[in-house]
Design a binder for this molecule. Structure first.
Ligand code: ATP
Ligand code: MG
Length: 386
């Protein structure tokens, strides 16, 4: 067990890292963040921020020497850096598991081999994979770049074989998967934590609504049948076990109109759809990440009450700082801001979570609050333009 007071290392300085850092610090740990940026959400709350590239050997060595254990907040961290750190410190998740989740081709292959259902897809690596007869059954579809995509980036909707060919070229001819576009009834996700002693817990299912390819709202517990919730949790546990995963991961699912459950993707880290756990659960996904990393017993993931989480994107700042009183006047709404200085459209700047006796009531309040924030931003922008 790594005792409180010890140093923990974190690769990546974004909001997931910030919330991890705060959770670890509240248990008495000190956190060293490696992130190349000057101002990063995690770097600004960390006990120390190393400003260096993720491949910088000197920085990695410093982290390995100082820290008893190291974790990551994003899947695109170079697997070789994790492997290097693992020679000197406990690293979770392991490079091998991250390598699967950071490449859609390996990820889908792993899921199929594990007996889990995924959307019909085909791998596109070169011109030879672009013949009409191969593409037609998957159209209309979405061409997704195999590596480094997030928040819907690196994805192109395609309707014809010609669209696929131009999209493949526009993505730089890099390896892709072409996925059939499905009529979704709903999207849900499950956060799982698995410890070094094989202890495993799953969080309540989150129901996720996206806007423009980015998570907008999560409703928890998801409005699905107990059977479907069980199947989703079982699938997520299977993923964690088969990856021999140690840490927190999230499995995102598509639910089709006929009730079929397909895995969309795996995130080898705490997930945006699990942010509700900070305010609504006995143990947040970030505290759980710290517990696994330090070899502590896992905490109880159960909820105090239903919750709805709403993401706050950069466009809300179009006319200046939003009027937070819209959120704060609700005694059961909790505001989280990530300390980002620049508010670009589509950038995740913060979120708020509304707690209530039932999900419907939480959703009503959350929707009202969001509508007021948006209306303000629009009217202020209009006034500014006039
Ligand atoms: P994130 O980082 O937010 O998870 P991402 O870039 O990894 O996003 P995906 O999860 O693959 O992208 O897709 C983003 C969203 O686009 C999905 O949550 C879903 O709403 C929609 N989507 C993706 N693939 C399909 C599909 N095959 N059929 C229908 N909708 C899809
Ligand atoms: Mg996704």
């Amino acid at each position: 067990m790594i005792a409180p007071g010890s140093w923990l290392g974190l690769l990546g300085g974004g909001q997931l890292g910030r919330m991890f850092t705060m959770a670890a610090q509240s248990m008495g740990y000190r956190v060293l963040v490696l992130d190349p940026g000057d101002h990063s959400p995690a770097g600004s709350v960390a006990d120390e921020h190393l400003r260096a590239d993720y491949l910088d050997r000197e920085a990695l060595r410093k982290m390995a020497t100082r820290c008893a254990a190291v974790t990551t907040e994003f899947e695109n961290v170079p697997a070789e850096s994790l492997a290097f750190l693992a020679q000197h410190a406990t690293v979770s998740p392991a490079a091998a598991a991250v390598a699967v989740a950071q490449d859609r081709i390996r990820e889908k292959t792993f899921l199929v081999d594990s007996g889990l259902d995924v959307a019909p897809f085909s791998v596109i690596r070169s011109e030879a994979d672009l013949q009409d007869a191969l593409l037609a059954p998957l159209l209309p579809g979405i061409l997704k770049i195999a590596r480094l995509g997030y928040d819907g980036k690196g994805q192109v909707r395609v309707a014809t074989p010609q669209d696929v060919r131009s999209a493949f070229a526009s993505l730089g001819g890099r390896p892709c998967v072409l996925e059939k576009f499905l009529a979704l009834e709903r999207e849900v996700s499950v956060v799982v934590a698995r410890a070094f002693d094989d202890q495993l817990v799953t969080y309540p299912l989150s129901e996720n609504h996206h806007a423009g390819g980015i998570l907008d709202i999560s409703i928890v517990p998801a409005r699905v049948s107990p059977q479907l919730a069980d199947a989703a949790r079982t699938g997520a546990m299977k993923v964690a076990e088969r990856l021999d995963y140690r840490g927190v991961l999230c499995v995102e699912y598509f639910v089709l109109r006929d009730g079929q459950l397909l895995v969309n993707e795996i995130a080898p880290r705490p997930h945006n759809s699990g942010h509700y756990s900070i305010d609504a659960c006995v143990t947040s996904q970030f505290e759980q990440q710290a517990r696994v990393l330090c070899g502590l017993p896992l905490g109880d993931p159960s909820m105090h009450c239903p919750a709805v989480m709403v993401n706050l994107l950069g466009e809300l700042w179009a006319a200046g700082e939003p009027r937070w009183e819209h959120v704060l006047r609700h005694p059961r709404a909790k505001l989280h801001l990530y300390g980002k200085t620049e508010a670009r459209a589509g950038r995740k700047m913060g979120h708020f979570t509304v707690l209530a006796e039932d999900a419907a009531a939480a959703l009503e309040t959350a929707t009202d609050v969001k509508a007021m924030l948006l209306a303000d931003a629009q009217s202020l922008r209009a006034a500014g333009a006039a």
